[in-house]
Design a protein around this ligand. Structure first.
Ligand SMILES: [Zn+2]
Length: 189
């Protein structure tokens, strides 16, 4: 597993750049009513977050229509839904067969992620993730099928390449999960 990425501020800056692009795309799409989207970011108190990138992770990009006031929150590779923990931590720290692996135990101390939180993530991967519209729509693309009993490790393995590149593509793949009404799936996972 590529746990080193959890302490790699360059990687987190790259994720910020992707989020900035995703936000620009949502904004350019405008509101369904024809209104213009104005910046209305949500403040975040990010956890499992390095101090040197904290400033970049204190906002979730979101917009508000100037006519109907409807919210449009853009997809994100930094956050996985409404969780306060960074998406990368939710992916990497819940992978593997046992939470007692020395690497995860050390990281959980270093990044202040309680073991029960990691267990909660594992249950989410096992019970809820397979039922999400994203997975329901995308699972057939993975051949042979992804072993659901080993999520998320079995999914990470399918994104080949150097760790940074493969994790980045996985987070992009998961990004529709971060909004309530995912519009389209990303091609080329
Ligand atoms: Zn509107």
């Amino acid at each position: 597993m590529c746990h080193a990425l959890l302490q790699d501020s360059r990687f987190f800056r790259l994720l910020l750049q992707i989020d900035i692009e995703l936000a620009a795309q949502s904004r350019a799409g405008g509101c369904q009513c024809g209104g213009v989207l104005h910046c209305a970011n949500y403040p975040r108190k990010p956890r499992a977050c390095l101090n040197e990138i904290r400033e970049d992770y204190e906002w979730r990009f979101s917009f508000c229509c100037h006519l109907c006031r409807k919210r449009a929150t853009s997809m994100s590779v930094r956050f996985l839904g409404r969780r306060v923990y960074l998406g990368l931590a939710v992916v990497l720290m819940s992978a593997g067969r046992t939470e007692a692996s020395p690497e995860v135990a050390e990281l959980s101390k270093l990044l202040a992620v309680p073991v029960r939180t990691i267990q909660r993530w594992r249950s989410w991967w096992a019970a809820q993730f397979p039922a999400t519209p994203l997975w329901q729509a995308a699972c057939a693309r993975f051949m042979p099928p992804v072993d659901l009993s080993q999520l998320p490790g079995s999914l990470i393995e399918r994104f080949a390449g150097p760790a940074a590149e493969s994790l980045m593509r996985l987070l992009v793949f998961l990004s529709p999960l971060t909004v309530r009404h995912p519009v389209t799936l990303n091609e080329g996972c």
